[in-house]
Design a protein around this ligand. Structure first.
Ligand code: PLP
Length: 392
């Protein structure tokens, strides 16, 4: 009987080895791709145990789940077909008709649109809360209703890189019996492991840093056995299961997570400092900058400030000209790969929102988001310098 139980002391070792099949399948060093939709019956006692790809229980899935659980310090994990499948299935596993959610005021555009457009059709309401509000629990209490069941958070918000008082939010949620779900995509477990501060469920767009090579779309949900069980049960019905080849690529990408993110933290820190000193730039959003409003929370919570930053150019024209002049970064949506990407959130992740909604959140046409890659930092900074120096 193959087991997927191995777990080691450190994240560095777990990203390479945790959950690998033992004994190795046919002696293979790497978990093979189990590209078979169905498997021979083996007297399974429950429906969940019947081996079928939608039920997410092939050896490709089991090895990946064990590794994902280990790297986020969870008991159990579930890989999904996309980050949005992870997020929506996790929310819907804990709220239903008539229920209410507290949601951090800036969330990834897809999560925001789901709460604004789809959740209400299912009778699910939400109220936005500011996790960085100095009033803290006193202001969040005003948003509570008797039907509030869940709090939806992001470690580092997209695209303004805000970091709130997550420990206070978790304590508040505990006190009021709310399930906490956090999107840890931007921080990654290299910089923050939310389960260790009492969050119930961590979700990821594994499309980003966990995979790291911009070649799959995938998601992950990690938490206690009981919480993940509820999400898995719903995923089997909603059908957002990941395919085995994507499992294989994600498991491969995970092996270099610590190396990549460590370098991305360093590169982003250097680039943020450089950009903060440029006359063409009005403001840099990066929690690693001491001047950043989220810096104090980030310093307490995170072990690194991440590879994502954004900045407001002095004008939308400067932003536009910059995008046309940079040579190393690619002008593309998404993030978390080894290559540096630049994009305007108003034209990508938040394009689905109304112009007024974007304006309210500060997502204007002069805002550029940078997903910093692993390139040589001096060469990268020199390229940003030439692209900005050209003006509008
Ligand atoms: N969460 C964050 C923070 C994201 O940036 C994204 C995608 O950009 C998602 C979730 C959605 O992930 P996916 O595109 O894998 O469904």
């Amino acid at each position: 009987m193959t087991e997927y139980k191995e777990r080691f002391e450190t994240l560095d070792t777990n990203v390479v080895h945790a959950g690998a099949p033992r004994p190795n399948i046919e002696g293979a060093v790497v978990t093979p791709v189990f590209q078979s939709a169905n498997f021979l019956m083996a007297d399974e006692a429950t429906y969940d145990a019947v081996r079928y790809l939608r039920l997410s229980n092939s050896p490709s899935h089991l090895a990946l789940h064990a590794r994902l659980a280990a790297i986020e310090s969870g008991e159990a994990a579930l890989a999904t077909a996309s980050g949005m499948a992870a997020i929506t299935t996790s929310i819907l596993a804990f709220v239903g008709q008539g229920d209410h959610v507290l949601a951090q005021k800036t969330l990834y555009g897809g999560t925001q649109s789901f709460l604004d457009e789809d959740a209400p059709r299912m009778g699910i309401g939400y109220t936005a809360i500011d996790t960085a509000d100095p009033e803290g629990p006193r202001s969040w209490e005003k948003a509570l209703t008797p039907k509030t069941k869940l709090m939806m958070l992001e470690t580092i918000s997209n695209p303004l890189m805000e970091v709130g008082d997550l420990q206070a939010a978790v304590d508040f949620a505990r006190e009021h019996g709310l399930v906490t779900v956090i999107d840890n995509t931007f921080a990654t477990p290299v910089n923050f492991r939310p389960l260790e501060i009492g969050i119930d469920l961590v979700v990821h767009s594994a499309t980003k840093y966990l995979n790291g090579h911009s070649d799959i779309v995938a998601g992950a949900v990690i938490g206690s056995e009981a919480h993940v069980h509820k999400v898995r049960h719903l995923l089997l019905h909603l059908g957002g299961s990941i395919d085995p080849h994507a499992c294989f690529l994600l498991e491969r990408g995970l092996k270099t997570l610590v190396l990549r993110v460590t370098r991305q933290n360093e590169n982003a820190g250097r680039l943020a400092e450089f950009l903060a000193g440029r006359p063409e730039i009005r403001k840099v959003n990066y929690p690693g900058l001491p001047s950043d409003p989220g810096h104090a929370f980030a310093r307490n919570l995170l072990s690194g400030f991440g590879g994502m930053l954004s900045f407001y150019a002095e004008s939308a024209e400067i932003a536009e000209a910059f995008l046309g002049r940079v040579k190393i970064p690619l002008h593309a949506a998404s993030l978390g790969g080894v290559e540096t990407l630049v994009v305007r959130p108003s034209r990508s992740s938040h394009l689905g929102q109304t112009p007024e909604g974007r304006q309210r959140l500060g997502i204007t046409d002069d805002l550029i988001r940078v997903s910093v890659g692993i390139e040589n930092p001096d060469e990268l900074i020199a390229d940003f310098e030439q692209a900005l120096a050209g003006g509008a």
